[in-house]
Design a binder for this molecule. Structure first.
Ligand SMILES: Nc1ncnc2c1ncn2[C@@H]1O[C@H](COP(=O)(O)OP(=O)(O)OP(=O)(O)O)[C@@H](O)[C@H]1O
Ligand SMILES: [Mg+2]
Length: 279
């Protein structure tokens, strides 16, 4: 069953001439893990905003087509309803911090407080969410005293605590080092395995290959590829259109040109590359 259904969605920001999403048709099934790739400016963040109701309820502008997510219809609902059902982690975690709270714990509890969750229910929910993302030790810190990576985890935690039906993540590891990235992807994988619908805009293609069920490629506001990670992430079209691609794919492509890569498929991850060269 599709929990996300976008039909012919075209969107233009206010005071601009060109649409940044063009005729987007996208269905995502409940429990699916979809990754979105695309060069800078291709519209990944704008698509995330659209999936989370920020377009058009916060960023005005002009939208056409229909957007349905988690039972909400974009034109017939408010941003509050969206926030309750669809969690969005912003690309810049700094944008997510409320500025209203003095501790990380309170910051994470803020959304629950807003919807009137009783204190005794709030505490275990916040503690569980913090445990999941590995930030229990930050509970008493000021949200503003944190590193970018810590802020990114706090932002993710404050979304998870709301138990959204759909989780939209806009480059959630952009501020993280390799260890932090691995940890956060571990959390995302756990959520996906629990059946949460996850949509992830991400540059780190090797991670996507390991985790996603499906990948779409955005280019100048249009979906130009839609399929399995192994197919989309090794497509020649990505090279032509200036997408970031895995170094292992590049190496194997060069090796293939001189007869050293004999498989019909190109690798995305290190393991796939090593496997392929062994044969
Ligand atoms: N608030 C805004 N007003 C006007 N134009 C905007 C606004 N935000 C983004 N844009 C434009 O929309 C296009 C798509 O931007 P978007 O941020 O969605 O791309 P992106 O794929 O997320 O890029 P990046 O990889 O840099 O995060 C770009 O041309 C950008 O300049
Ligand atoms: Mg972006």
């Amino acid at each position: 069953m599709a929990i996300v259904n976008l039909q012919n969605v075209t969107y233009r920001y206010p005071l601009t001439d060109e649409s940044v999403l063009k005729n987007i048709n996208l269905q995502v099934d409940e429990g699916e893990f979809l990754a979105v790739i695309g060069p800078n400016g291709s519209g990944k963040s704008t698509l995330c905003y659209t999936l989370a109701g920020f377009v058009p309820h916060f960023f005005k502008g002009e939208i056409s087509g229909s957007v349905e997510v988690a039972g909400l219809e974009s034109s017939a609902s408010t941003l509050d309803e969206w926030v309750m059902n669809v969690g969005l982690a912003f690309q810049n975690p700094f944008n997510q911090i409320s500025g209203a709270k003095f501790t990380v714990f309170e910051e994470i509890a803020f959304g629950l407080e807003n919807i009137g969750v009783p204190r005794e229910e709030m505490k275990p929910r916040v503690e569980d969410a913090m445990k999941l993302t590995g930030i229990t030790d930050l509970a008493d810190r000021s949200p503003y005293s944190l590193s970018g990576g810590q802020q990114q985890r706090v932002a993710l935690t404050s979304i998870l605590v709301m138990q959204p039906k759909v989780l939209v993540l806009d480059e959630p590891t952009s501020q993280l080092d390799p260890i932090g990235t691995r940890e956060v992807f571990g959390v995302i994988r756990t959520l996906a395995e629990k059946g949460m619908t996850v949509i992830l805009a991400e540059h780190k293609v090797e991670w996507i290959a390991n985790f996603a069920d499906r990948v779409i490629a955005l280019h100048e506001g249009q979906i130009i590829l839609d399929g399995l990670p192994g197919e989309v992430l090794t497509s020649d079209i990505l090279l032509e259109k200036g997408f970031g691609i895995s170094r292992y794919t590049s190496v194997a492509r060069k090796a293939r040109a001189i007869g050293l890569w004999k498989n019909s498929n190109l690798p995305v991850t290190l393991d796939e590359a090593v496997d392929g060269f062994k044969r």
